[in-house]
Design a protein around this ligand. Structure first.
Ligand code: PMP
Length: 371
């Protein structure tokens, strides 16, 4: 290792995903079902609001906590949802990732344990380790449900945080109300910080999204506009939770991210007015199509949210299966990037119907040729 590189960076291992990208780099016109962002473009009114902001000179730093209009709009929404949470404050972050980084830096001391479900979003264990914390992944195979008993069994005297992600990346699975309530009450009773990554809350297909914050007024919620409004490159998210925690996170934001990009915040203000139900209906259809086409050949937990399916790979390794798929021009992601197990793979259905159809053909062929 280069002598200038810090030991901390060893917490970040992106070799698995890099390997997939390297293999993919040789493909000419891949059937790409690997992407973690919507296939629709940013709605026009949002683009217009950002352009108007740029042209009218709203290009400077914003206040650290975000432009007043966006902060107020979001805080009003949050107060309407949680009218009894008197101590809840909110700030605008540099994407959900920015919120996650600040949450870890603000709350995790060396040796603190952080519980989350396995499979997990790739960033979670690395961010915990970056702060000297200890990731405690809790196995959620085979149905990927949030399991309050398994979480309770993982709690020790060192547990500092439980990190929940529903709908989840990479499984698309959503937690039911009872499980969320049980975890929320457990965290409250044991005085453990409960962080809820709700970036996929808009993409909820059957029933209504439930947040653990409903059952625990100290929950720290991290959300953003990346996925819901296809604004991944705009870097606007927001965090809400207990005032004391928000003010420390904000202090760290001031000396790191500074603020979310101001023109993008004006776009996000407009985004709060945009009706996304058409896109959600479209994605529900894509999910139904993919799951019904693959049901005969793959073991699948039907996802109720996000835009991912996480089937079991034929054979003994998800990584080997992904190599076979890439050799057939199909880009998917091996499950071992998100998990201690190497048995599954992730498909993103945030793709055109034509691309999905081509992907389904390859997946069926691969499953049948593995038998
Ligand atoms: N959390 C989860 C579960 C995600 O899947 C992602 C993006 N892939 C993020 C957070 C980060 O999103 P953002 O673009 O808002 O930083």
């Amino acid at each position: 290792m280069h002598p200038w590189i810090s030991e901390r960076t060893e917490a970040f291992d992106s070799s698995g995903i890099r390997r997939v990208f390297d293999l993919a780099a040789n493909l000419k016109d891949p059937i790409n079902l690997s992407i973690g962002q919507p296939d629709f473009d940013v709605p026009e009114s949002i683009k217009a609001a950002a352009i108007e902001a740029i042209e009218s000179g709203k290009n400077a730093y914003s206040p650290t906590q975000g432009i007043a209009a966006l902060k107020e709009r979001l805080l009003t929404q949050v107060s309407d949802t949680y009218p009894t949470h008197e101590n809840r404050d909110l700030f605008v972050s540099s994407g959900t990732s920015g919120g996650l980084v600040l949450a870890m830096l603000s709350m995790i001391n060396p040796g603190d344990e952080v519980i989350f479900m396995d499979p997990y979003f790739v960033m979670y264990p690395s961010l915990v380790r970056m702060c000297g914390g200890v990731p405690v992944p809790v196995d959620s195979y085979p149905d990927f449900a949030i399991n309050p008993d398994r979480i309770a069994a993982a709690v020790t005297s060192k547990t500092k945080m439980i990190l929940i992600n529903s709908p989840a990346n990479p499984t698309g699975v959503t937690a039911d109300r009872e499980s969320l309530e049980a975890v929320a009450r457990l965290a409250k009773e044991k005085e453990i910080a409960l962080v809820s990554d709700e970036i996929y809350s808009t993409f909820f297909y059957d029933g209504e999204f439930v947040s653990p914050a409903e059952f625990n007024d100290q929950t720290i919620v991290i959300d953003g506009f990346s996925k819901s409004h296809a604004m991944t490159g705009w870097r606007v998210g927001y965090v809400h939770g207990p005032r004391e925690i928000m003010s420390v996170m904000l202090k760290l934001q001031q000396y790191s991210f500074v603020c979310a990009p101001q023109p993008a915040q004006w776009g996000a203000l407009q985004a709060t007015q945009v009706d996304l139900s058409g896109h959600v209906d479209e994605y529900r259809k894509k999910r139904d199509y993919l799951c019904s086409e693959l049901a005969g050949d793959y073991e699948i937990s039907k996802p109720n949210g996000a835009f991912y399916v996480f089937p079991k790979a034929p054979g003994d390794s998800g990584a080997k299966f992904v190599e076979r798929a890439i050799a057939e021009n199909l880009l998917i992601v091996p499950g071992n990037i998100f998990s201690h197990r190497d048995s599954h793979f992730r498909i993103s259905f945030a793709a055109s119907d034509e691309t999905l159809k081509r992907g389904v053909e390859v997946l069926k062929r691969l499953a049948r040729s593995s038998c």
